[in-house]
Design a protein around this ligand. Sequence first.
Ligand code: 13P
Ligand code: SF4
Length: 366
Amino acid sequence: MSTHILPIEQYLSLDDNQCKPGIIAAKQALGNQLIILGHHYQRETVFKHADYTGDSLKLSRQASQSGAKYIVFCGVHFMAEVADILSGSEQIAILPDLEAGCPMADMANLKNVEQAWQDLSAIKPADEYITPVTYINSSAELKAFCGRHGGIVCTSSNAQQVLEWCFSQRKQVLFFPDQHLGRNTGYRMNIPLEQMVVWDFDKQHGGLAEKEINAAKIILWDGFCSVHQQFHPEHIDQFRANYPDGQVISHPECSFEVCQKSDEIGSTEYIIQAIKNSPTGSRWLVGTEINLVERLINESKLEGKFVHYMASVVCNCSTMYRIDPQHLLWVLENLANNNVVNQIEVSPQIKTQARLSLERMLEVSA
Ligand code: 13P
Ligand code: SF4
């Protein structure tokens, strides 16, 4: 390990273009010791340096299969944690900016999930009747909670397979933190809305009566992604009025009403493939994060397709794409100098339990 860590300050004054040659040179110097993973929501100036891009499931698989010593994640905190959990003990996961997080993931924490479990167990033994499911957008601690309670992780692309697995194990599901992914998926599995209740973690017993809890198939955590709540059914009505032949595709983190009015629902990777596989001349209204939609607009134009962003105003997920070329260059040049900065390390006990729930997911969605 070199003793001289290159400080971030000397990188912050560089503009994006000045960072590019340094990133390319550091990648070359590190060779196959390094892999850069980039989520579809990342800004173009870092996304273009990724060795692998994908949705959360694809990138988790990549992290579990890569033999690289350093896994640099252009994404958010929970993604780098997953990379650390699923990779080998000699591998090092790095998040170029430690502030890169998911506000929705923070809507559930171990304390309030433990409290909910305790409240539910007061009605009947939760470990016998309820499978806890955490969306991958959650802390390692919550994945570990699921691991030790016979639960599982899901992503937006395998939520249905995961829920089917859950119902083959136990009668009910506690789904956190995203209520919309849970509800949209449950409804597609023919679970009526009345059998999906919302657990308000600020209220005693989730604000629910025992009768409501017993009648529910899915108990949904009261969490949501604010980026996907900017899309409204009126946006879809307006688009359809202007373009009757157009198609609408939304991420399952969108509201129930938006998903009901959409022609297709799917993960970021699914959205990309659906547009890629559509014929020339197709027109799409897309309900997901702006960096991805802008990339789709530009790439589709070259293929004679038209992509529109669903909302009229853009409300960015600023914590999601905090990773910028300056921070990427900083971590890579440090690695090339044998310095590890911004390592994401999950404690051994949490790691073992979290790996259980992640491996169940990978198995179910193989
Ligand atoms: P995907 O798994 O569809 O990429 O969604 C991840 C996500 O929610 C990041 O916000
Ligand atoms: Fe989290 Fe939503 Fe941002 Fe994704 S877009 S990181 S779910 S807040």
